[in-house]
Design a protein around this ligand. Structure first.
Ligand SMILES: Nc1ncnc2c1ncn2[C@@H]1O[C@H](COP(=O)(O)OP(=O)(O)OP(=O)(O)O)[C@@H](O)[C@H]1O
Ligand SMILES: [Mg+2]
Length: 376
């Protein structure tokens, strides 16, 4: 059992065997995720939605999960009092790794009416083995995540250097083109556009490098936020060209930022790209910015598919992607890292099928806020 890493196959298999072995009518195994106990495997009954997620501390299983203290009730009147419904006997055993409770094993209605001491011992043993399996699975998942980061790190250091060299060559050719006589004004416009995109790819390479080293290098400059929003608007218009998606941008001209322009561009660009992806063919994306004390509050809202509360918890984790054919799941992890490096915060609000809104708070003047943070 402890060599199996597929928890979703392992737990139902254990539950089925334990149900037969202990001779109970109903059995369930629930694991703790954040503040909830979630049903992972069950046998002998249909699950109704209200019992899939139980808040820690609520109901018998919720209390066992919170306190780590096992509950056994062998008389039907006591069971009714404890459970709130009729059953001959009941047992709820915590899954523990050291002092940490990982979940709960629930057994209801023993066929001979009550649990013997032997049954209790067996149930404890099954719970302890499940806990071991769950703990190993968690350890394995963490290892996979850090292994991914390690591979990205290796990949980056070997290719980032090559990308930079190649970009330098492109840049040199662009400069040569700009020296040509009789360049039409449109051609000059195209050359400028390629120039700025090349700079952007360079910045993106640096972001990914920063990400793999978990360190952000900053290049601070002062500029009007309206200028940056204008660039985003142009990109968004290109991305939504063949769709019925409208992109509305509102920002006042007096918001002047002193931050890493390239990085903040990528923050907003990532959020707007995700918003457009969430709409697929029609709907509205709104990008806005307002002042709030020494902070600037930037909001990106879309009328798209929304994000489930389960997914909302994982959004900023590296490699979390869902519902996309080509997502790498690094976008929001990088966004968060950049925002926090600017002493800012990012929050998300969403209703499935209705809307999603990301709110970024960053200081206008990163240098002065950084100084304040340092003094504190
Ligand atoms: N505005 C949004 N509406 C609905 N879901 C969203 C929104 N923004 C993010 N998500 C969800 O969060 C996931 C993670 O986003 P993230 O930007 O980190 O990765 P990605 O877009 O999948 O890949 P990439 O690395 O290419 O950006 C997305 O796959 C999507 O499921
Ligand atoms: Mg993305």
């Amino acid at each position: 059992m402890n060599s199996m890493f597929e928890l979703h196959n392992l737990l139902p298999a254990i539950i089925t065997i334990a149900k037969e072995y202990l001779g109970v009518k109903r059995i369930s195994l629930m694991l703790i995720e954040d503040d909830y106990l979630k049903m992972y495997a069950h046998a002998g009954f249909e699950v109704d939605q209200s019992s899939v997620n139980i808040r820690l501390g609520e109901g018998v299983a919720g209390k066992v999960a919170k306190t780590g203290i096992e509950v056994t009730a062998n008389k039907s009147d006591i069971v009714k009092e404890v459970l709130g419904y009729q059953a001959s006997s009941f047992m709820s055993v915590p899954l523990k790794k050291g002092d940490k409770v990982l979940g709960v094993l629930n057994l209801t209605d023993k066929e001979d009416d009550f649990f013997t001491e032997e049954d209790v011992k067996i149930a404890r043993y099954i719970a302890s083995q499940c806990a071991l399996g769950v703990d190993r699975f968690n350890l394995y998942s963490d290892m996979r995540k850090s292994e991914n980061l390690r591979v990205i790190g290796m990949l980056n250091s070997s290719i980032a250097h090559d990308i930079k060299n190649l970009l330098n060559i492109v840049q040199s050719y662009l400069e040569l083109m700009a020296l040509e006589k009789d360049i039409k004004p449109e051609m000059q416009e195209y050359i400028d556009a390629i120039h700025s995109e090349v700079k952007r790819i360079h910045g993106l390479t640096m972001d990914i490098l920063d990400f793999s080293r978990q360190r952000v290098s900053m290049a601070i400059e002062t500029f009007p936020l309206a200028e940056l929003f204008d660039e985003i608007r142009k990109h968004a218009n290109i991305m939504t060209r063949d769709t019925a998606i409208s992109v509305e941008v509102s920002v006042s001209d007096d918001i002047i930022m002193t931050v890493d322009r390239g990085k903040i561009f990528r923050v907003i660009f990532n959020l707007v790209s995700n918003a457009i992806d969430a709409l697929s063919v029609s709907g509205k994306v709104t990008l806005s910015a307002v002042k709030d004390g020494e902070y600037c509050v930037i909001r990106v809202k879309d009328t798209g598919k929304g994000i489930s509360s389960d997914n909302r918890k994982k959004l900023f984790q590296p490699f979390f992607t869902s519902g996309k054919a080509k997502g790498t799941g690094l976008g929001l992890a990088i966004v968060k890292m950049i925002v926090e490096a600017h002493c800012g915060t990012i929050d998300v609000d969403s209703e499935e099928g209705v809307f999603t809104e990301f709110t970024v708070r960053i200081p206008y003047d990163y240098e002065s806020v950084k100084e304040l943070h340092r003094q504190r």
